[in-house]
Write a protein that binds this ligand. Structure first.
Ligand code: ATP
Ligand code: MG
Length: 444
């Protein structure tokens, strides 16, 4: 009977043949974050719904339309739509903010949003993100951008523009909201239904609307930068100065207002035009009021998140390099029980040295075993049968060149194999690089 259960819309399977791409991002992201002094945090997949209502904000699309909320035995939970709220909740609950500041954490997690699935927009997607809590200084804003930029560069991404803006603090924003309301009021009837509501509750969000009509109307809307108070203005100036100092190019883009309510002052997006409409690969900003809003002491903070799936779309498109997936280093083709047992003994030693070693688990004949070794791309193979066991020797075959070498099946087998492997790598490098591998001080 054919299976008729399919994965839910907007979710993806990552198959073994592609997972090395994920490993590449995970490894480089981890190394980059740690080189900036960030440590990993892991948080639950679901939280009290209230956490997101109070942080992400009740007027946002995420809260109004996109949350997966489940009721389990009278208690309501929501699958996290993003990582910041849970991370800050965890920092507060575990007293991290009483320790040395700034607290710097990174995470890699899945997020859940009930959106219309399309390229680069899923219902379950994955983020790498960082949060830094405790610093109000504009140098922290620049540092966070530096981290994102370093990571994007190390992944090999090109043509990604950094757009920055400041959306001020609650005091400058109040004046700006008034100006926006006055601007949009005459066009009220033309706005989409969501924006009609935004006009009352949170007019700045109209600028983030994807509807072409709302976009067109918003083209000449007042710009927040003209409404910043002295402190926010100075913060934004310094932020830009530090970015320039780091040699990071940016575009001041007053249309960046961010989809979540908790942002203040600096907000930013890294955008590419190469993967269609969902071109924001990384987004973030400062959220100085959030920690207090969640019941902590006033603690300025900031962060960003990158979507794995969108990064992969761009990396594939641009032909970026991925880490090479691990292949079978040596496959033992066996004939008979005694040979099988010998193979089991040999793979044990090799695996302890870190090699990927395999042998027949299907009870196949030799020919079929060699075919399998070829399919999985084994670097070496070795046939073991009665003759080999009796002689205590077998031939190690390098699959690519077809070259064979006799090896003794004793306790030194693993060490000898390692020599063989190492020599092969040196040979290849020697061919490619000439004398590059001569040791220091040695005559070339
Ligand atoms: P967008 O404007 O694209 O909807 P957003 O403002 O909702 O983005 P954030 O909440 O800031 O996005 O999330 C940070 C990053 O996570 C985005 O820049 C994007 O790379 C990724 N992301 C967000 N939503 C999705 C999704 N539904 N599917 C895949 N990736 C997503
Ligand atoms: Mg969104």
């Amino acid at each position: 009977m054919a299976m008729n259960i399919k994965r839910p819309n907007g979710t993806e399977d990552v198959l073994p043949k592609d997972v090395y791409k994920w490993h590449t991002i995970e490894k480089i992201a981890r190394e980059t974050a740690e080189s900036f002094g960030f440590s990993e945090i892991r948080i639950p997949t679901f939280e009290s719904t209230n956490l997101f209502l109070r942080s992400v904000g009740e007027t946002t699309d995420v809260v109004q339309k996109e949350m997966y909320t489940v009721k389990a035995k009278e208690t309501e939970f929501t699958l996290r739509p993003e990582g910041t709220a849970g991370t800050i909740r965890a920092m507060l609950q575990n007293g991290l903010l009483n320790e040395a500041l700034p607290q710097k954490v990174y995470y890699m997690l899945s997020c859940f949003r009930h959106e219309r699935p399309q390229a680069g927009r899923l219902r379950e997607f994955h983020q790498f993100g960082i949060e830094m809590a405790g610093s109000a200084a504009p140098s922290a804003d620049a540092e966070v951008i530096m981290l994102a930029k370093t990571l994007l560069d190390r992944l090999g991404l090109k043509n990604i523009e950094l757009h920055i803006n400041s959306i001020g603090c609650p005091s400058c924003r109040a004046k700006y909201h008034e100006a926006l309301r006055a601007f949009f009021e005459p066009h009220k009837e033309e706005l989409c239904d969501t924006c009609k509501e935004r006009l009352v509750k949170n007019p700045m969000r109209i600028l983030d609307c994807k509807s072409p009509i709302c976009k067109e109307i918003g083209k000449d809307a007042p710009v927040i930068l003209d409404y910043l108070c002295d402190e926010c203005s100075e913060h934004f100036e310094k932020f830009q100065k530090y970015l320039s100092k780091f040699g990071i190019k940016f575009i001041v883009d007053p249309k960046i207002v961010r989809g979540l309510d908790y942002y203040t002052k600096s907000v930013f997006e890294f955008i590419t035009t190469e993967i269609g409409a969902q071109g924001t690969v990384c987004a973030g900003g400062r959220y100085d009021g959030l920690i207090e809003q969640l019941g902590g002491q006033h603690t300025p903070a900031l962060g960003f998140a990158m979507g794995f799936e969108r990064l992969l779309l761009v990396m594939d498109k641009q032909g970026c390099d991925y880490l090479t997936p691990k292949k079978c280093d040596i496959y033992f083709a066996t004939m008979g029980d005694a040979a099988l047992e010998k193979a089991m003994e040999l793979v044990k030693g090799l695996r302890e040295y870190g090699y990927c070693a395999e042998y027949d688990l299907m009870g196949r004949g030799i020919k079929a075993q060699m075919k399998y070794a070829n399919k999985i791309g084994a670097v070496y193979t070795m046939v073991l049968g009665d003759n080999e066991l009796n002689d205590g020797k077998a031939r190690l075959k390098e699959m690519e060149s077809g070259e064979e070498k006799e090896m003794i099946l004793n306790e030194k087998f693993t060490a000898n194999f390692e020599n063989e492997y190492f020599n092969k790598i040196l040979d290849v490098m020697d061919d490619e690089n000439g004398s590059m591998f001569a040791f220091a001080g040695e005559d070339k």
